[in-house]
Structure formats: structure tokens, C-alpha cells
Ligand binder design. Structure first.
Ligand SMILES: [Zn+2]
Length: 206
């Protein structure tokens, strides 16, 4: 379900769309259902980038706050603050979320997690092909936030990375899909990982 926007937000969104080419405009459904693919995210759908270069593996995750903690307004209650700090701690452990083959001998060199947003004014330039999120009726429609994480791993045998198991979906039960961009020796590829198919195939290295 797409976010429902208040009228004020709607006009702001349309103003943003007005700057885009006509072809894009033509896809705008109607004033009642604003084009939320522009600079917005869909609940349930995150993005994951994996770049393998030499022995370095860089992983970047962008996930709606909704997927990670179940809300996107700023944490107010003690319980919400606890949820955010727990999420940060979980996200700070990439090896537990994105399982690489043992044989690859990967170690975490760095992990950065931040919570961004907190207002409706997303300008991340996100563009999701799939906007069928599964969130229930948005209670905080005007507020969106995302968890962004950046990881760098060093792997002894990167050619052993044939697949990545996404424990992410077990860790975060609200997350439904990840749009995966892979960059490796064989160029770029896109894949979609879902709760039902929590696995990324990395074409054999040799
Ligand atoms: Zn949102």
C-alpha cells in the first residue's frame, strides 16, 4: 500500500514531479494517488548494494524505518528508543545479516549505521520498481525515515563468495524484499531477494 499523503504534502510532491520530463509525468496515476516512487520508499522494500573488488566487499543497505523498527517517526517513548538502539546494534553486525560462505574467510573491517530522515521531505532519489509494500494503514503518513548502513569486509578468498544468505529477513520480520545491486568482476547485475527467497546468487568466480 502506498503512503497516504496529506493535501499539503501532496502539492509539495506534485511540485517536485512538475520539474520532471513529461514521460515521467504521464505515469503519475492521479492526484489522489501521488507518484511515490519519486524520492520515496515503499514500506517492506529495502535496497542492498554489494560490490566485490579484489578482497574487499562493500555492502550498503537502505531500509525503511518501518521495516526495521516498525515506525518512522522519531522515537518518543522509552520503548521506541530501545527499539532504535537495538536495531542499530543488529545492523552493526553485517555478518549476522548477510551470511557469506565460511570458505570466503570474510571479516568486518568497518560498519556504519545511521538513521536518516524523520520528515516527509525525502530527497534520496530513490526509485523503486516495486512499490507493493505490505504496511498497514500508515499512521504516521507524513514521517518517513530510513536506516542506512555501510559495511566493508575483507575476504581472504573472495572467489568463494557464490551466494549470500539473507538472515536479514529473519532479523527484521517486517522486511519483505530487497532490491539487490551487485557489482563484481562480471559487471553489474540486479536481483530481487524476498522473504521467500532470501538468497543472492553471485555468479561463480572461477
Ligand atoms: Zn516510509
Amino acid at each position: 500500500m502506498r503512503h497516504v499523503l496529506r493535501t499539503a504534502l501532496l502539492s509539495a510532491t506534485l511540485l517536485g514531479i512538475a520539474a520532471l520530463p513529461a514521460a515521467v509525468l504521464a505515469q503519475s496515476p492521479s492526484a489522489d494517488e501521488p507518484q511515490r516512487q519519486l524520492g520515496a520508499h515503499a514500506h517492506g522494500a529495502g535496497k542492498l548494494g554489494i560490490a566485490i573488488e579484489g578482497r574487499t566487499v562493500e555492502i550498503e543497505l537502505e531500509a525503511p524505518g518501518s521495516d526495521i523498527v516498525g515506525f518512522e517517526h522519531s522515537a518518543k517513548t522509552a520503548e521506541q528508543k530501545k527499539a532504535v538502539s537495538q536495531a542499530r546494534a543488529l545492523l552493526a553486525k553485517p555478518m549476522a545479516l548477510f551470511k557469506l560462505p565460511e570458505a570466503a574467510g570474510c571479516k568486518v573491517a568497518s560498519a556504519k549505521v545511521k538513521l536518516v530522515g524523520g520528515s516527509h521531505a525525502h530527497s534520496h532519489g530513490h526509485s523503486h520498481g516495486n512499490t507493493k509494500a505490505t504496511s498497514a494503514k500508515p499512521k504516521e503518513a507524513e514521517t518517513h525515515s530510513e536506516f542506512h548502513a555501510e559495511y566493508r569486509l575483507t575476504c581472504a578468498k573472495p572467489d568463494q563468495i557464490r551466494s549470500v544468505e539473507l538472515e536479514y529477513f529473519k532479523t527484521f520480520p517486517r522486511a519483505e524484499s530487497l532490491e539487490v545491486s551487485l557489482i563484481g568482476a562480471k559487471g553489474q547485475a540486479k536481483q530481487k531477494a524476498t522473504r521467500d527467497k532470501p538468497r543472492i546468487e553471485i555468479g561463480g568466480g572461477s
